[in-house]
Design a protein around this ligand. Structure first.
Ligand code: AMP
Ligand code: TRP
Length: 327
């Protein structure tokens, strides 16, 4: 059976980009592969976090993942920081990672440039090494992620190959895979930047916990382009993003949507996108609110996930420690 690993940072709730680009496929994948889904709270620490909020958000994200159809009976759901192996393996890998390769990571350069008061924590640079450890620790051969993680996945593969060069057969070299569309959902307010939890302009980010009214409002006020033609085109990033979102929500190809909405006004088209979003996200939100208060249950889910993950992680680490010569 294939082994699949993927993670999500438990900050500020799950948004439509996370859903269409990643989480949506998890319920299907959990049936086909042994799946490890984790909350990447250590990755979240690379930028300042409020402790109470981080803790609350972590449990909240579990409720939302279950709302999206992730099934604790099938998949292992756990919190990254509760397994010491992630940071331990990250150290071993970091000692074999070139500083230059880390400095060239687009996400590092972007995030470092955005840091206020000029403090750029070394964790931001080290982030992709930790991510490689997350994956290699479980012997994953499949890693479903959004397009923004492409470089990190390439580094992971490089590290696995390099390590295997010195210590043959230690790691499985993982394959990344990206959703066919919606691998990059853009902000509703600025369709040239990706939808992101850290965007200060909340109107551009559709959270899965948003009410029907808020969903309609955010989509109806999405920035579109001047002109009236309804088609996907690099010169029309706003309409292209909405077509992409509608395609993700309905499963219909973009070409079919272009044909269907070709004669509609932008306003009517946005209305259709909003109603699709309400229809898909409504049941998820309901389930989420039902589970949100059940913190004992959510903690039990995490404890079970952690036990399963621990067994796998311990096995990998024992092999690595032995091969590199630790006593
Ligand atoms: P994060 O919230 O950054 O931890 O991301 C969790 C997952 O969602 C990863 O697989 C990301 O690649 C994916 N993701 C994040 N933002 C977007 C976006 N705007 N469009 C598509 N996928 C995304
Ligand atoms: N860095 C990923 C993101 O921000 C989250 C993540 C951390 C991850 N570790 C991972 C994804 C391992 C896949 C595999 O989206």
């Amino acid at each position: 059976m294939s082994v699949l690993v993927t993670g999500l940072q438990p900050t500020a709730g799950i948004h439509l980009g996370n859903y269409l680009g990643a989480v949506r496929s998890w319920p299907l994948l959990q049936q086909r592969a042994e799946s490890f889904f984790f909350l990447a709270d250590l990755h979240a620490l690379t930028v300042p976090q409020d402790p109470k909020q981080l803790r609350d958000n972590t449990l909240d994200c579990v409720a939302m993942l279950l709302g999206c159809g992730v099934d604790p009976e099938r998949a292992h759901i756990f919190v990254q920081s509760q397994l010491r192996g992630h940071t331990e393996l990250a150290w071993f890998l970091g000692c074999r990672t070139s500083l230059g390769q880390l400095e060239r990571m687009t996400q590092f350069k972007d995030k470092a440039a955005k840091q206020k008061d000029d403090f750029v924590g070394a964790g931001l640079l080290y982030y992709p090494v930790l991510m490689a450890a997350d994956i290699l620790l479980y012997g994953a051969n499949l890693v479903p992620v959004g397009e923004d993680q492409r470089q990190h996945l390439e580094l992971t593969r490089d590290l696995a190959v390099r390590f295997n060069g010195s210590y043959p057969g230690t790691f499985v070299v993982p394959e990344a895979f990206y959703p066919e569309n919606c691998a990059r959902v853009m902000s509703l307010q600025n369709p040239t930047v990706k939808m992101s939890k850290s965007d200060p302009n909340r109107a551009g980010v559709l959270f899965l916990s948003d009410s029907d009214g808020t969903i309609r409002k955010k989509i109806r006020s999405a920035v579109t382009d001047s002109g009236r033609e309804l088609r996907a085109d690099p010169t029309k990033p706003g309409i292209t993003n909405l077509l992409n979102i509608l395609s993700g929500l309905t499963g219909k190809p973009i070409a079919e949507l272009e044909r269907h909405y070709g004669g509609s006004s932008y306003g009517d088209f946005k209305g259709a996108v909003a109603e699709s979003a309400v229809a898909v996200l409504g049941p998820i939100r309901e389930k989420y609110f039902e589970l949100k208060g059940k913190s004992d249950f959510l903690r039990d889910v995490l404890a079970e996930g952690r036990n399963a993950a621990q067994a796998r992680a311990d096995g990998t680490l024992a092999i690595v420690r032995d091969r590199i010569g630790l006593l």
